[in-house]
Design a protein around this ligand. Structure first.
Ligand code: ZN
Length: 456
């Protein structure tokens, strides 16, 4: 049996040198330097050139698709096995880092720097894996194509463009999420509801900033005096063990409720401050808006009251009310809804809007399809077996998630690493990090998986 980890160790220094090269390039979206063949700005262009140069240096055929994305072809075969990663990174804070932000610094057993975990490190791990496999003599079904986009962090227009101009590989994986392997991702629909509501005692309600985050704070402004609301508001806070405050601001009463933030794909893990506040407001005021929120969202993150609850092969429906703004009689609500693909986008729209239209809401929305690859397919079982072989982890199984990885950009593609279960690599945060040994282990896992999948 081939010891891929041992083969990876021989490449360790080369891998670290290339990772340093890529991480030293601040490949953050920069519209001010966007032009012609650098649609995402100078940094992304430079990172793309650096990755293409690595491929050329190693003797492979490279492809630059107008600065949106690029690829490196490794080996020969009738069909193509794709590996999809990205070279762009999210911006960094000026303070808060203990290491240079744009570098790959080894301190003890860890690497630090923007991109070491998301996604330059895992992309290079997969590239080196392909390189190692390619040196071996065996008959192949597939050639390997490492594809790298430059706009994953801002909507993945890079691969939309790439796949408009290049064919899809037969199958593949994306090293831009978690081990062991993600074979299913829910569909996502984001709705913006807008409508007008007469005001009565409620002057304004504000909470949340984004579709996909559970709002942790919500505020309401009411006519009247503090004494009109104080007793009932405090009783409400006590009943639901919430923190909040009530006070006078100018000549109106201000209420504030604190909840707990969570990712919009797991709204049940948060405490939605907006929804709780509306539950209180519905008890003291007649207003169709707060009645709507209370009726369809209070202590219900599974869409039961809306009639869109569904327990399917990708899990249960989740509904996050991410934003509510109500000002001068005009309300806007932003919803993030994730669901298994037995429920269609259209059925969801009809059901949701049958309730929302009743109170006068209009909608704008955006749908993302679900991803599902048979967990018993050759792709998923071989990826998983390779993970088990190099980790001896029999406890974590192929999984379905709330959705939204790069894998959705390519048919017959699943997310595969490189964050290990229970690990927090501080992606998108200060001091982004990855354990050097986990980067090397990922490389070995990818190599074995590629070997097993491409051989005849
Ligand atoms: Zn990423």
């Amino acid at each position: 049996m081939i010891d891929f980890y041992n083969e990876v160790l021989k490449e360790k220094e080369n891998l670290l040198t290339d990772l340093k090269t890529l991480c030293q390039i601040p490949s953050v979206l920069d519209k001010s330097t966007a032009k012609g063949n650098q649609p995402f700005g100078a940094g992304c262009r430079q990172a793309l050139d650096a990755m293409l140069a690595i491929g050329k240096r190693d003797g492979f055929v490279t492809d630059d698709v107008d600065g949106y994305a690029g690829s490196i072809d490794i080996g020969e075969g009738e069909d193509v096995f794709g590996i999809l990663g990205h070279l762009d990174v999210v911006p960094v804070n000026k303070t808060g880092w203990n290491y240079p932000q744009f570098d790959a610094t080894l301190d003890g057993d860890r690497l630090y720097g923007r991109g070491v975990a998301d996604d330059k490190g895992p992309l290079l791990a997969a590239y080196y894996a392909a390189k190692i496999v390619n040196r071996m003599q065996f008959d192949r079904r597939y050639k390997m194509r490492v594809i790298f986009g430059c706009d994953e962090e801002n909507g993945s227009s890079c691969v939309d463009y790439y796949f408009k101009h290049r064919p899809y590989p037969a199958m593949g994986f994306t090293p831009d999420a978690d081990f062991p392997v993600v074979y299913g991702e829910k569909a996502i629909s984001q709705y913006t509801l807008s409508g007008d509501f007469s005001q009565h005692d409620i002057i304004g309600i504000y909470g949340g900033k984004r579709f996909n985050v559970v709002p942790s704070v919500a505020e309401a402004y009411l006519k009247g005096d503090v004494k009109d609301y104080e007793a009932s508001f405090k009783a409400f806070l006590a009943q639901y063990s919430l923190k909040g405050m009530i006070g006078k601001e100018g000549n109106v009463v201000k209420l504030l409720v604190n909840g707990r933030s969570a990712h919009g794909s797991m709204p049940q893990k948060g405490i939605n401050a907006v929804v709780y506040l509306c539950h209180y407001l519905n008890s003291i005021s007649k207003n169709a808006l707060v009645d709507f929120v209370d009726r369809y969202f209070f202590e219900d993150t599974s869409g039961k009251a809306l009639g869109i609850a569904n327990e399917g092969r990708l899990g249960t429906t989740t509904v996050n009310l991410g934003v509510l703004n109500y000002k001068e009689g005009h309300a806007q609500i932003k919803l993030d809804i994730r669901y298994s693909d037995e429920l269609t986008h259209k059925k969801l729209q009809e059901t949701l809007m049958s309730h929302a239209k009743e109170v006068g809401f209009n909608e704008k929305h955006n749908d993302t399809d679900a991803l599902y690859v048979d967990p018993n397919s050759e792709l998923v079982t071989k990826l998983h077996a390779s993970y088990v072989e190099y980790t001896n982890d029999h406890d974590h199984h192929p999984q379905v998630i709330g959705g939204g990885t790069y894998a959705k950009e390519m048919p017959n593609c699943v997310a595969f690493g490189a964050e290990f279960p229970g690990r927090d690599n501080h992606m998108h945060e200060d001091n982004e990090t990855i354990l050097l040994d986990e980067l090397l282990k990922s490389t070995a896992i990818y190599a074995k998986a590629l070997y097993d999948l491409i051989k005849k």
